[in-house]
Write a protein that binds this ligand. Sequence first.
Ligand SMILES: [Zn+2]
Length: 435
Amino acid sequence: MMKRSVPDLLAVLICALLVVGGVITAPASQAATAIDARYAELGGAGGRLGGATGAEFCGLRGGGCQRNFERGVIIWSSATGAQPSFGAILSSWRGNDAENGRFGYPTGPEVCGITGGGCYQNFQGGAIIWSERTGAHISTGAIRVAWARTGFEAGRLGYPTTDEVCGLRGGGCYQNYQGGSIVWAPSTGAWLSVGAIRTRWASTGFENGALGYPITDERCTGSTCDQRYQRGVIAWTAAGGTVLGRDIDVAASSVVVVNKRRPLNPARYIPGPLVGVEGPLLRSDAAQQFSRLLADARAGGIAMVPISGYRSYDTQASLYASYVNRYGQATADLISARPGYSEHQTGLAVDIGISDGTCSLQECFAGTPAGAWAAGNAWRYGFVIRYPQGQTPVTGYAYEPWHLRYVGATIASEMRVHGVPTLEHYMNLPAAPSY
Ligand SMILES: [Zn+2]
C-alpha cells in the first residue's frame, strides 16, 4: 500500500527542479496532473471515489489543491503529493479543520487490513485510525507516542475509542482506548492508565484526587505491579489486589501515615472540625464512627471509654517532656511521640480504656473484654490497632492494644481481610523504627 507511484515521483522531481531553479509558480497544473493520475490509479469513475463533482480548486493552505468526488476527495500539496481520503477518516479529518488544523495534509493513502480489520491514514500532524467497532479517532502528539510504545492497535490498549479530551486540571488531556486510557499533562507527560490500578485511581477522583496525575506507566515484576503518581503510588498484587500509598495529605484524607519518619506537615497542623466524644476530641468523620463503635461495644456489655483523642503540638510537647523526665529519652521514644510526630495530632487516633481503669494504657488491656472486643470489631467502624504486637521495628512503638487509628472502612477492612499488620505495610512505606 505504501509504494510510490510513478506520477508521484514525477511530481517530486518537478517540484525539486522548481526549487533548484528558484522559481515559484502556481501549482495548479502540477496539482491537476498529480490528482488526475491518482484518480486513474484508483479506478477513475468506476473506482471507490466515483465520479468527480467539480474541477480541481487550489489556494488551500500552503498552496494546496483539492478535487471532490462522489465518495471522497483527492487532496494535493507540494510536500505531500496527491492523496485520497474517504469515509469516516475523511469526516474526522474535516472535523479537525482539515488541512488548516493540527493534522495538516494527508501524507499517504488510507492503509487497511491492520490488526482487528481496521484502517489508518497518516497526516502531517498525526494519524486517524478507524475500526468498525470503534469508529474513526485521531492520534497525535505525546499521547500518540505513548500509544506507539504499547504497539498501537495491536498492543494492550487496542483502538482509540475517543478523540483526545482536553481541559483537565492543569491543562491535561486524556484519550480512551479499548483497553484503558492515556493521560497527559504538560508537567507530567503521557502515561498509560489501565486495569485494576486505573480503577483504584478512579476511586480517588483521577487527576483531581489526592494522587494527581500519573508520572510513570504501570511497572510490573512477576505478579506485582505499581504505578506512581504526583503524590503517591498504587500497587497491585494478584493475591491482594490494589493498595494505595499516599504522601502526607492530612487535610484531604483519612489515610495519612504519621510516624517517626513522617512528621505532621506543617508541624503545628490542626485538623478540620473537631468533635468531642465524651470529652476527647476527634476529627468529625472519625468522631462519628467512634461514637458508633462505643455505642455498639456498650450494647454488647463492654464498659469501654475514650481516654485521649486529639492532642495539639503543645500538649504533645509537654506530654513527651514528662515521659523523658520520668523514664529517660529511649523509653519515652518507645511509648510516646515527639511533638509534631504524634498520630493524636491528626485527630484520627483515640486511646480507649475501661471505665474502672483496669490495665489503662498497659499491654494487659489486650486481655480485657474491651481490648478483645476492639481487636475483633474496630475494623468494622474504620479503625485499626495502629501499633500491633511484634511490629515495633516497623512502627517504632511498643504494642499499644488501646490505641485505635481511624483509616476509613475500606482500608480497615482490606487490612483485616489480607492480614496487613501496619499502615506502613499497607502503604508500601519504609519502616520507621526511629527518628
Ligand atoms: Zn495513643
